[in-house]
Design a protein around this ligand. Structure first.
Ligand SMILES: [Ca+2]
Ligand SMILES: [Ca+2]
Length: 192
């Protein structure tokens, strides 16, 4: 049993550990780079993505010349905040932007879907909310198994694990943002 004398020490230790954990999560100490912490606040309007593997075209007939495959683009909303409000970081000054330069997507599902990677040219000013468009399912993935098999029926439920990478302006300190998106692959009914 803990004595009354020991308890405050334990609490202080707990608080210090908590603060250390937060700093570790942010990947930085109070004055260290990158100064901006980027958080994905919304992706695809916070809805799962229904990914259609084939559109049968205006004739609505399978396997004719007007069939096409759409690359799925989703909106990604990112909040950029300074990790320590005591830091004077402004959009027009040093360290005022984060450049997101590339991305990787790993699909988690029962069927193996090849990962995706690509480049981006997003500039995210500090203390703003940025919205970008991300190609989460390229045409090439839908044209190859296992997704191409879904044209004649079936479905694959997946989670897209998305990693965005870039750097802080001036310091070039690396920045990484991770998020997830549920993706439901099928030959969905074609819209107009
Ligand atoms: Ca057609
Ligand atoms: Ca379809």
């Amino acid at each position: 049993m803990q004595s009354r004398l020991q308890l405050p020490t334990f609490r202080r230790f707990g608080m210090a550990a908590g603060v250390a954990a937060i700093l570790l999560l942010a990947g930085c100490s109070d004055s260290s780079a990158p100064r901006s912490v980027l958080t994905v606040t919304e992706i695809n309007n916070n809805a799962p993505l229904s990914s259609d593997v084939r559109n049968f075209g205006t004739d609505r007939t399978p396997n004719t010349t007007d069939d096409f495959v759409v690359e799925d683009q989703v909106a990604v909303e990112i909040l950029s905040e300074v990790h320590d409000p005591a830091l004077d970081v402004f959009q027009s000054g040093p360290f005022g932007h984060i450049f997101i330069t590339n991305y990787e997507i790993r699909y988690e599902s029962e069927e193996e879907i090849e990962p995706v990677s690509g480049s981006l040219a997003w500039t995210i000013p500090v203390n703003t909310t940025f919205v970008g468009s991300l190609a989460v399912v390229p045409v090439a993935r839908k044209a190859a198994p296992p997704l191409s098999v879904l044209v004649s029926g079936g479905e694959i439920i997946a989670t897209a694990h998305i990693t965005l990478r870039g750097k802080e302006k001036d310091s070039n300190a690396p920045v990484k943002i991770e998020t997830q998106l549920p993706v439901h692959f099928a030959n969905w009914v074609d819209g107009n």
